[in-house]
Design a binder for this molecule. Structure first.
Ligand SMILES: [Zn+2]
Length: 241
């Protein structure tokens, strides 16, 4: 189990490791690889302080457009580079029934969103000795939800991520009626409404929803959540570029 395949695979775990979220059973293998791989050691040395930032970041205290700190661009760039890592982590998280969900994703999403707040558009331009197939530019938006239903409260803005396969909307809220099914949809410029997934209400507990629709961000004009009766619960207008 040596060679480029192992190096690439383990290198992708460095961010999770730096965040202290690598499953303990996977740690010895990664550490053994680090012992023999200066490239991964260098990568980890770079990620460690950024991971500390991600762990500590308070979304409410992120700087607005007025005064982006010098380090922000670098942090955003790294956060974007870690998008695949986030996805991997999300899959792992799902496999573990949502444990740790609150630890990584909101903080990283907030850092990503902060890049948008300060008007930063960024791509993955960093040279990589083992370049991935295609490093897409990602522009993540942080947009306010409009809540229509009386009991529902949004815990903050929604995070909208454009993907090559569609659009992803993540938001946190409370007050969805326990056990009731809610349906998310994305409206398009053509007037169509495409499904973005369903979830069950859990009452007063905060719910983090990660909804996805097969609509490109450029074609999407609004995200909505409706209840079982088809009544609108919340809406998120998606501004045209
Ligand atoms: Zn390596």
């Amino acid at each position: 189990m040596s060679g480029a395949g192992t190096h690439r695979e383990l290198r992708e775990q460095l961010g999770v490791y730096a965040l202290g979220l690598l499953p303990p059973e996977e740690v010895p293998r990664l550490r053994a690889h680090l012992d023999g791989c200066p490239e991964c050691r260098a990568e980890l040395a770079e990620l460690a302080p950024l991971a500390a930032d991600l762990r500590l970041v308070d979304p409410d205290r992120l700087p607005g457009p007025a005064a982006p700190p010098r380090a922000l661009g670098e942090r955003v760039l790294t956060a974007v580079r870690e998008e695949s890592l986030l996805r991997e982590h999300r899959e792992r998280r799902l496999a573990r029934r949502g444990l740790r969900r609150a630890v990584l994703v909101p903080a990283a999403a907030a850092v990503l969103a902060a890049g948008v707040a300060s008007g930063v558009t960024y791509g993955l331009t960093r040279p990589d000795p083992a370049p991935p197939a295609a490093a897409p530019a990602v522009l993540v938006e942080r947009l306010p939800l409009t809540v229509v239903a009386a009991d529902v409260r949004a815990a903050g803005p929604a995070v909208v991520v454009p993907h090559t396969w569609g659009v992803e909307v993540t938001f946190a809220a409370t007050g969805f009626a326990p056990g009731r099914t809610y349906r998310a949809l994305v409206r398009t410029v053509d007037g169509a409404a495409l499904p973005a997934g369903e979830f069950l209400g859990v009452g007063a507990r905060e719910l983090t929803c990660d909804m996805q629709a097969a609509v490109l961000r450029a074609d999407a004009v609004a995200f909505e959540v409706v209840d079982e009766a088809g009544g609108t619960v919340l809406t998120l207008p998606l501004p045209r570029a």
